[in-house]
Every structure is written in structure tokens, then in C-alpha cells.
Design a protein around this ligand. Structure first.
Ligand code: DI6
Ligand code: FE
Length: 379
């Protein structure tokens, strides 16, 4: 049934107390469900999103389609900082309400583990508001939601970079950690973002609090951030269009997952593709995520991003499936907790009326699972 042996598996599994309890040709169970030969996959993992925000940036996109450049967009009130203004003006409950339809869209496609970053508050009060909204989503949704603190996403208006980074590290991070509002820490390293010193300082602080490090690296230029982050123990390096051989080698050595975000590449009409063949050769695990955000990837569809990872970046079918399951979980440091159908894992799985899993990266649009289970419960 399945072309790639990695994705052809056993025909039967049992679930008990919300976890996979047995897998085999035939397993005993009190209650049996016949899926009629349907394709069953693990629950999908969207390991990189910014889907809690207020407002939108549609007018910015329209201007860009009309040929406007960055400056014109900024003058017209666009850019990350416009989303920051909208978030600061919003109540926590408004943020939750605005995010719910985006999360539901992902869930309808089979996402059962979702990562969401802060990063549109850029001060203590508003970063906490975003992280609390993410925690509330986790309580309200029947899937697992993990929060990443991205205080170092952009430099707020009127602030200098180094002073703001000190505030992120010395004032925000301790509160975020004490209130257990984040499961990981992230930073946007870029000529228009933060630099390698900031990355090193944040990584040291994150380690002190026992929070895994993730990094936005090499999206728009080659800075060596992914290589450095890998050496600092980052669980993932994300974007990576401009990653160099040194970066790839460091990621392979240190086991950092490469999170590819073809939605942003597509939406911003970028030209530089991430070095997929080099990752493949070096044995770097590749994940794919939606990067769902209002500015560079307003795409509430992991399936579309998975499709684009194949057509735009050259992933193979089996790589794309692994990218949104096992490797997505690994990017979040959760490879033992999600992303595969294995005894002991939460029973997150999806049922598809498709002849084979490869059909997920064949038909674009109109594909959705016939059933999604999270923790053994049908959603
Ligand atoms: N890289 C991105 O593509 C997004 N953030 C980041 O660090 C853009 C976020 C936005 O434009 O709102
Ligand atoms: Fe991002």
C-alpha cells in the first residue's frame, strides 16, 4: 500500500489510558474499531508558528503586490511593529479568540501538537499576555500546545538593540521561567534582528532556566547563527535558506533539527532555497512547519506547507511525512513524546481516506483526515 517502507507499518494497534499500548498484526482489545484499510498516520506536528496575534497585515501584502518596498510599507504602518501595536492594544481574551480559528484550521488537517511563539509584545507585560493566551489555548483545545518565548523577535520602536536584549534576558526571562509560561526560548538572528552575541547570551540564560533553545537563523542572510546555535545545544534551527556548509556540519554533529518554512519563502517570494541536499547528506533531520504569522506566512495549513516543501525545496514524499511528524516533534525536543505511533506515546493519530500517505503531497487542497485522535480521544 505504501511505497516507502519507512511509511508502511503494522495493521493494528491498541490504545489504553490515552496511550498506544500495543502494536502488531493483531492485538487484543475490549473495543475494536475497523478502519477499513484506511491510511493511518501519527498526529501531525506544527512545530513553528506565531499564530497568536491581533490585527492583520493584508494591506501590507496588497502594497507589496503593487510593487511597494520595505520603506514604503513601514511608512504605511506595516511590518512586525504594527502587529506589536495591535497586540499591545488587545486583551488576552481577544488574542485567544483571534487565534482559535487558526488553531482549529490546523487541527482539522490533523495537527495534534502545536507550538506557538510569543514575540509580538516586546515588553514584559505584553510578552506575558501572549504567553498566557497561548497557555489558555492549550487549556481550551483538545490537543497539546507548547509555548516558546520569543521576546527577542524584533527591537521595539525607540529602543537600542543591546539594551533591549538585556531586558529580555534579565527582566523578562526570569518571570517567564518562574511562572512556567514557556517550554522553550527562541531568538530572531538577522541583520535586521539580533546578533550572535545576543544569541550566545540568551542561550546561556535559557540553559540556566532549563529551557530548550531554538533559533530563527539564516532566513535572509548568512550570519552563522545556525552553526553557533547548534554548538550551543539548540534543539532546532529554523528557516535556514542561507545556511552554509559549516552550519550544516555543526547541526549534524550536535543533532539540531532543521525546521524548513516554505510558507514564508513562498509568501515573501524569496529566491534562495535551504540546502536540503546538504542536510540530507549530513544526516540532519528536517522538519517542516507552517510558520503561521501575519507578516511572512499567513498560512493556516500545514498540508500546504508540506506540499510546498516538496515542490519548492525538493523534499521527497517520505521526508515530508517525517518532517511533519517525528522530526517536528524532535524540533520541539519531544521525540519521545509525539510524532510516531509507538507503545507508550500519547495516542495521537489521524485517519485518511487515501490510497497511500503520498497522496498528502500530491493533491493540493481538499484533503483532510476523516478522523483525528488526540490522547486516544476522537476530536
Ligand atoms: N521570521 C519570520 O518570517 C517572521 N518572524 C521571523 O522572525 C515574520 C513575523 C512577522 O512579519 O510578523
Ligand atoms: Fe518564525
Amino acid at each position: 500500500m505504501v511505497a516507502d517502507t519507512e511509511w508502511s507499518g503494522e495493521s493494528c494497534f491498541a490504545v489504553s489510558d490515552g496511550r498506544f499500548s500495543a502494536i502488531g498484526e493483531d492485538v487484543a482489545a475490549a473495543h475494536r474499531v475497523d478502519l477499513g484499510g484506511a491510511t493511518v498516520l501519527p498526529g501531525l506536528v506544527d512545530c513553528h508558528t506565531h499564530l497568536v496575534y491581533a490585527g492583520d497585515r493584508c494591506s501590507e501584502h496588497v502594497l507589496r503586490l503593487g510593487g511597494a518596498n520595505y520603506e514604503e510599507i513601514a511608512r504605511a504602518g506595516g511590518g512586525i511593529l504594527s502587529t506589536v501595536e495591535a497586540v499591545r492594544a488587545a486583551a488576552e481574551s481577544d488574542l485567544v479568540d483571534a487565534a482559535l480559528p487558526r488553531a482549529h484550521a490546523l487541527m482539522r488537517e490533523g495537527v495534534t501538537l502545536l507550538e506557538i511563539k510569543s514575540g509580538y509584545g516586546l515588553d514584559l507585560e505584553n510578552e506575558l499576555k501572549l504567553l498566557k493566551a497561548i497557555r489558555r489555548l492549550g487549556e481550551q483545545l483538545p490537543i497539546r500546545v507548547r509555548a516558546t518565548f520569543l521576546g527577542a523577535h524584533a527591537v521595539p520602536r525607540g529602543r537600542d538593540r543591546s539594551g533591549y536584549v538585556r531586558e529580555v534576558i534579565d527582566q523578562m526571562l526570569p518571570v517567564v521561567a518562574a511562572e512556567r509560561l514557556a517550554d522553550a526560548v527562541d531568538i530572531f538572528v538577522e541583520t535586521i534582528g539580533f546578533d550572535l552575541t545576543d544569541l550566545r547570551d540568551l542561550a546561556e540564560a535559557a540553559e540556566k532556566y532549563g529551557l530548550p533553545l531554538r533559533v530563527h537563523a539564516e532566513q535572509l542572510s548568512a550570519m552563522g547563527a545556525s552553526g553557533m546555535a547548534a554548538r550551543l545545544g539548540a534543539t532546532s534551527c529554523d528557516h535556514l535558506e542561507f545556511a552554509q556548509p559549516d552550519d550544516v556540519a555543526a547541526m549534524a554533529t550536535h543533532g539540531s533539527v532543521a525546521v524548513l518554512l516554505p510558507g514564508a519563502f513562498y509568501f515573501l517570494r524569496e529566491k534562495q532555497r535551504p540546502p536540503v541536499e546538504a542536510f540530507r547528506k549530513a544526516g540532519v533531520r528536517m522538519a517542516v512547519a507552517s510558520d503561521m504569522n501575519p507578516g511572512s506566512s499567513p498560512i493556516a495549513s500545514l498540508l500546504i506547507c508540506m506540499h510546498m516543501a516538496c515542490t519548492l525545496f525538493g523534499l521527497k514524499a517520505s521526508e515530508a511525512l517525517t518532517a511533519v511528524t517525528r522530526h517536528g516533534a524532535a524540533a520541539m525536543g519531544m521525540e519521545r513524546k509525539a510524532g510516531s505511533i509507538d507503545v507508550g506515546r500519547p495516542a495521537d493519530f489521524t485517519v485518511w481516506n487515501l490510497p497511500s500517505p503520498e497522496h498528502l503531497i500530491y493533491q493540493l487542497g481538499g484533503v483532510s483526515p476523516t478522523a483525528v485522535y488526540a490522547g486516544g480521544n476522537r476530536l
